[in-house]
Structures are given as C-alpha cells and as structure tokens.
Design a protein around this ligand. Structure first.
Ligand SMILES: Nc1ncnc2c1ncn2[C@@H]1O[C@H](COP(=O)(O)OP(=O)(O)OP(=O)(O)O)[C@@H](O)[C@H]1O
Ligand SMILES: [Mg+2]
Length: 451
C-alpha cells in the first residue's frame, strides 16, 4: 500500500510538471507571437509611407527620406530599390543627414548604423503596379525593452521551477500524512489480524481515537470488537469442551451403573433406581440448559439491542415466574416486592442478568427463600432503578467475594460453568450500571444491580 501511495504521488507530481511545462511553453509562444506581430505592424507602416513617397511615376526623395526616418525610429535598417534594381535611398544615407544630437539619442536605443541578420524584402506597389522593393531588417536594441523581454522569459522558467517545487513538496507532505493516517493504522490492523489468524488471541488491539473520527477508526473499532468476540469465544470453547466432558461423566456413569444393576437383576428397590436415573438425567438437562443460557448471554454481550420502555414490575414477575417451579421444588419461597414503574432499558440483557441472579440464589439456598425487590435509584424522577435479589442461603465468604465475578470461578459442585456472575457484571457494565454484593456467610447473600 505504501509503495502504491508513493507511486501515485510520483505520478501526480509528474502530471503537474507536464502541465506546467505545457503551460509555460504556451505563454512563451504567445509572448513571441505578440512581439513578432508588433514588428510586422511596424514594417507595414514603413511600407505604406514608402509607397506614399512615389508620386506621379517618380520617387519624391524628400518624402522617401521621411519614410525611412520613421523606419529608423521604429528600429529598422532599410533601403528602397526601384523597378530596375537600383537603390533609391537607404537608412544610412538618411542617418547621415540627421542632427548629431538626434543621432546620439537614437544610438542609445539602437545599435547604429547597421541592423542585424539578413535583409527581408517586400514588394512595393503604386496604383496596382510594382514600383520596387523595400529591404528591411531590425537594429539590435539597447535599453530596457530587450531586458524586459528577457526578464519575462526568465520569469516563465522560474514559474516552472517554483510550481514544480510546490507541487512536489505538497505531494511529499501529503504522502507522508497519508502514510501516517492511512497506511500505518492499516498496517497495524493487518499485523494484528495475522496474529489472530495464527490463533494468538492475546494480541494487543490497535487504539481508536476517542470520538471516532473516520472510516479507519470505525474499521479499527469493529476489528477490536471482533477480536474481543473471538477471544471470548475461544476461551469459552476451550473451557466448555473440557468441562462438559467432565460434568457429563458423573451422571452418565451413575446412569450406566444403575442400568447394569437392573440388567444383572440385583435391584432391591426399583423405585429408588428410577429416581436416581431421573435425577441424573435432570442434571444433564440442566447442564445443557446452562450452556444454552451462557451462549445466549455471550451473544447478547455483542448485540447492542434496542432500548425499550417496559414495566419493571411485570418484567420481574415474568422472570421470577420462570424460576418459581424450581424454587418450590426445593421448598423455597420466592417473593417479589416493588412499585409498578416504567423504565427504559435493554430488556434482553436485563432478563439474562435477573435470571442468573435468581438461578444462583436458588442453587445456593437450601432452606428459607428468595426475595426480589426493586425501585427507583435516587428517589423519584432520576430515571435510574435498582433490582436486588436476596437469599437465605449459604452466603459467600469475604475471601470469595472478590473472585465470584471472575470468569470460570465457581465452587466445587456448583454444577455450572462459573460464568453466570461474570456475565451479570459484564452486561450490567455494558448497560452503564454496577453490581453490588453483600453477604453474611451462613445466613445469605444479596446481589443488587443499579442502573
Ligand atoms: N447467591 C449466592 N449464594 C452463595 N454463593 C453464590 C451465590 N451466587 C454465586 N455464588 C458463588 O459464586 C460462584 C460463581 O457464580 P456464577 O454464577 O458465576 O457461577 P455458577 O453459578 O457456579 O455457574 P454458572 O452460573 O455458569 O452456571 C458460585 O459457584 C458460588 O460459589
Ligand atoms: Mg450461576
């Protein structure tokens, strides 16, 4: 990409240079045309006055002298030949008749007494007949006129050089800027992408400017998002595959043992065996449901979702309704208490949060029950709200409180993946809230999410 950019800029510089050369040539050509055109006009006037000095078939030497005198003043060395090729009068003859003072002044502008280059001749006519020829050539000029012409031509060349420097310098600066703002970030992205493709998910993701300035920043942000998704997916996959095998082994071994006992006919209490098998199957079902919940929650982390206005009371009662059976089966109560209030939130994420807190409360409580409370955060009208889930279970020791939100942290025999609270915390933070936890070991725990 850098090389391409560089070549593109070189191409632009060359194009600019070419256009400048063409432009400069055009200006100089026009200027030369202008100078030549003026000279031809002047010759035309000399011719006209020379022809005017041919009166009644002969040359009036007095008038002819004046005509050539004009020619001298316009900067021409000239002589006139008649029809037979004899010289009638020349500039040098006229020059010898003018006053020394005037001659001196003329000499300061023109290099007298002879012109430069070959004579060019023009035919002279009077009443439709050729009467002779005017031979003419310019004097070399002294004074400021040729100097000005020279300066003009020089300026043209300077223009070429300066515009080339400006275009070249500008292109160089631009290519540097492009490299810094376009090529470098893309190179960093490419390097990270290559590392990720090799399976190294711990790469440092490129930085994004604070208020997302341009497409590159947006690309980088999407890339970082994608990297984070891959990183989480990878660690989840590694963990689940090893854990599922482990978690499945125990119930399956128990089921197998029971079935073999039935086959061997060594069953004393068939009812208990069936109950055993049923409860192990229930464990497997819960495991599968747990995995389903986790994959949903992970997906929800990356789905922005829509903000909706919902009634918090109805919402919590519906989530609690889904848990009621499980709680009652364990002989636990499940109380809900709070005002009917409308809130704006991401319902999908909030559902996962509340469901995980309730599932934990059910799982880690043996007797008593669970109370869910909610309300407005800072009195009325702040728009904020809280939900608290309190149980009368085993509680959490002070040491463990700092670990329970870590991914994959769980206590022995929790039957889960140790992801529920990590997901609760991440989703709450994505929604701009926070999680608080209080517990007295042996008496219960209280989790509160505040938005
Ligand atoms: N209400 C609670 N009472 C007591 N301990 C709890 C409670 N909630 C969570 N914990 C402790 O925190 C640990 C982590 O909880 P978390 O929800 O992350 O994982 P899990 O419930 O074990 O598994 P998963 O949620 O992935 O099915 C639990 O294993 C448990 O030790
Ligand atoms: Mg849990």
């Amino acid at each position: 990409m850098r090389t391409k950019l560089f070549l593109a800029f070189i191409f632009i510089i060359l194009l600019a240079l070419l256009s400048n050369i063409v432009f400069e040539r055009m200006i100089i050509r026009d200027f030369n045309d202008f100078i030549r055109g003026t000279e031809e006009d002047h010759i035309y006037w000399v011719m006209a006055s020379v022809e005017g000095s041919y009166i009644d078939g002969k040359w009036d030497r007095q008038l002819l002298g004046e005509a050539l005198h004009w020619g001298l003043m316009l900067g021409f060395d000239a002589y006139v030949e008649d029809h037979w090729g004899n010289t009638v009068l020349s500039s040098s003859e006229v020059l010898s008749t003018i006053s020394p003072n005037m001659r001196e002044r003329m000499n300061s502008l023109l290099k007298l007494p002879t012109g430069t280059g070959e004579f060019v001749w023009y035919p002279l006519y009077a009443e439709g007949e050729e009467i002779g020829r005017l031979y003419i050539r310019p004097f070399e000029r002294r004074g400021t006129v040729p100097l000005k012409e020279e300066i003009f031509r020089k300026r043209g060349k300077e223009f070429l050089v300066i515009s080339f420097l400006i275009a070249g310098g500008g292109a160089l600066v631009l290519s540097l800027l492009f490299t810094i703002f376009l090529s470098n970030p893309i190179r960093r992205l490419t390097r990270s992408a290559e590392k990720i493709a090799e399976g190294n998910f711990s790469v440092q993701t490129p930085k994004v400017h604070k208020n997302l300035k341009d497409e590159i920043d947006r690309l980088t942000e999407s890339f970082n998002y994608m990297t984070e998704a891959l990183r989480r997916e990878d660690s989840l996959r590694r963990h689940l595959t090893s854990n599922i095998a482990h978690e499945l082994r125990t119930p399956l071994t128990i089921i197998k043992g029971n079935l073999e006992a039935i086959e061997d006919g060594i069953i004393s209490d068939p009812g208990a065996v069936i109950e055993n098998i049923r409860s192990e199957i229930q464990r497997i079902i819960m495991l599968v449901e747990g995995i389903e919940d986790i994959t949903n929650a992970e997906a929800s982390f990356f789905r922005k979702g829509e903000i909706e206005e919902i009634n918090l009371k109805e919402f919590i009662e519906s989530v609690a309704g889904g848990m009621r059976n499980i709680a009652e089966e364990k002989g636990l109560y499940l109380k809900t208490r709070g005002p009917s209030m409308n809130i704006k939130t991401y319902p999908e994420k909030l559902h996962i949060i509340v469901k995980n807190l309730l599932a934990n409360a059910c799982k880690f409580t043996a007797s008593g029950g669970i109370s869910i409370n909610w309300g407005e955060k800072n009195g009325r009208g702040s728009g904020g709200f809280y939900i608290s889930v309190e149980d009368t279970g085993k509680g959490i020791s002070e040491d463990n409180i700092s670990r329970i939100f870590n991914r994959f942290y769980k206590e022995e025999g929790s039957g889960g993946q140790g992801l529920g609270l990590a997901i609760v915390k991440e989703l709450t933070e994505v929604m701009g809230g926070r999680v608080e936890v209080e517990s007295v070991p042996g008496q219960g725990a209280r989790f509160k999410v505040v938005f």
